[in-house]
Design a protein around this ligand. Structure first.
Ligand SMILES: Cc1cc2nc3c(=O)[nH]c(=O)nc-3n(C[C@H](O)[C@H](O)[C@H](O)COP(=O)(O)O)c2cc1C
Length: 186
């Protein structure tokens, strides 16, 4: 164990933070009719009353400027079988593919007060309105109120130690559980 007090180096910090398992999400917004999407793992639930979440976006990315400008975004928590969607919106498409290709996944039209089309097949999809933001180092932290929510029973995708993973729980019998025992019935 290394618990001595000293300035924390970048490498040391990154290596420690890799141990934090996080959800894998795609943030979307729309500037002047141009759709944008970016893979993030910095999604957090902040408060239930009112319903607040936070996301943290690199200040050099176009998405940071876009959310600052529009004040609204969608956040889609990817499901366990959507790692290719995460890679696509992180600028790493499959061989021969184009990055940031919206056709890598199906989209449903936004409903009611929704401004963002809903990504199909996700675990959770939320429409959010920014209530505050603060710059923190290289990133901007946005705190936003959830205005509309779609929740499915799909198991989420997790990012841990630089790889995608998915949670398993012996008592969770959701039908899309990738680790579920095969149905013994004939
Ligand atoms: C699993 C994963 C999580 C990420 N989380 C964040 C994040 O929380 N905030 C952020 O600004 N970028 C995050 N990124 C990085 C952006 O998706 C990526 O930098 C962006 O798509 C630009 O990549 P490019 O400049 O190589 O095209 C994450 C990427 C991956 C693969």
């Amino acid at each position: 164990m290394n618990d001595k007090l000293h300035p924390v180096s970048r490498d040391e910090f990154l290596s420690a933070m890799r141990q934090a398992a996080s959800p894998v999400c795609v943030v979307t917004t729309n500037v002047d009719g141009q759709r944008m999407a970016l893979t993030i793992s910095s999604f957090l639930s902040v408060s239930a009353d009112p319903p607040l979440v936070s996301v943290c976006i690199n200040r050099n990315s176009r998405m940071c400027g876009a959310i600052t400008e529009t004040g609204v975004f969608g956040v889609h928590l990817l499901a366990h079988d959507q790692a290719h969607v995460a890679d696509n919106f992180a600028g790493r498409p499959r061989a021969g593919g184009e990055p940031y290709d919206f056709s890598c996944v199906q989209w449903a039209p936004g409903e009611g007060a929704r401004r963002e089309p809903a990504m199909v097949g996700v675990s959770v999809s939320a429409d959010c309105t920014v209530v505050s933001s603060t710059d923190a180092g290289t990133h901007r932290l946005f705190i936003a109120e959830v205005k509309n929510l779609v929740t499915t029973e799909r198991r989420p995708l997790i990012f841990w130690n630089r790889v995608y993973a998915f949670p398993t729980h012996p008592q969770d019998t959701r039908s899309d559980d990738p680790m579920a025992a095969p149905d013994p019935s004939p």
